[in-house]
Design a protein around this ligand. Structure first.
Ligand SMILES: O=C(CO)[C@@H](O)[C@H](O)[C@H](O)[C@H](O)COP(=O)(O)O
Ligand SMILES: [Zn+2]
Length: 188
């Protein structure tokens, strides 16, 4: 089974290489937002909540280079906010309401969903689009719904959640490296 899973990972990675131009464009989108005083918001459920927090930490802390912090926030971290919104407005609203409260035109919302159908992620992207945020999606092969709200949607060509997540964090690291390189270059 182990060898089988590794082979699956390799095959999905091969397919994911086709996303290189879109990933470069996503890197430019995030870099431009950060370099013009905007912030990056992230959301997702389960493993994708962990990915959201991981990527926000790379930007607010540092990825590889010594530099100033830049504003990034995962909308998955405040249990009081999540339980209040979930309890009063429903789980579908937990990210969308935070986008309404925190998002500003020119910010980027990164929505992460391997199925592409998580209603709270879709609702957040829909609200963000209306408010003039840039929308970036990380999804799997079934990406149509998410893509309809996104400026760029990185759709990993797989329907297996674990394999999709493995590609998401790889692309997330590359995205952070692109943004950090742009930040360091601008400060020179
Ligand atoms: O990490 C995993 C499975 O690998 C799970 O926690 C997974 O993220 C959860 O089932 C999520 O609720 C799935 O949501 P989504 O990716 O379909 O939006
Ligand atoms: Zn997982």
């Amino acid at each position: 089974m182990i060898a089988e899973r590794m082979a699956e990972h390799e095959a999905v990675l091969q397919g994911t290489k086709a996303l290189e131009p879109l990933l470069a464009a996503a890197g430019s989108m995030v870099s431009e937002a950060l370099l013009t005083g905007h912030k990056i918001l992230f959301c997702g459920n389960g493993g994708s909540a962990a990915d959201a927090q991981h990527m926000a930490a790379e930007i607010m802390g540092r990825f590889q280079a010594e530099r100033e912090p830049y504003p990034a926030l995962a909308l998955t971290v405040d249990t009081s906010v999540l339980t209040a919104i979930g309890n009063d407005y429903g789980y579908e609203a937990v990210f969308a309401r935070q986008v309404r409260g925190l998002g500003r035109e020119g910010d980027v919302l990164v929505g992460i969903s391997t199925s592409g159908t998580s209603r709270n992620v879709l609702a957040a992207l829909a609200v963000a689009k209306k408010m003039g945020l840039k929308c970036l999606g990380f999804s799997g092969a079934k990406s149509e719904q998410m893509a309809s709200f996104c400026d760029i949607c990185l759709a990993v060509p797989s329907t297996v959640t674990a394999r999709i997540q493995e590609m998401h964090i790889m692309m997330g690291h590359i995205l952070c490296e692109i943004a950090e390189t742009a930040i360091v270059r601008q400060k020179k």
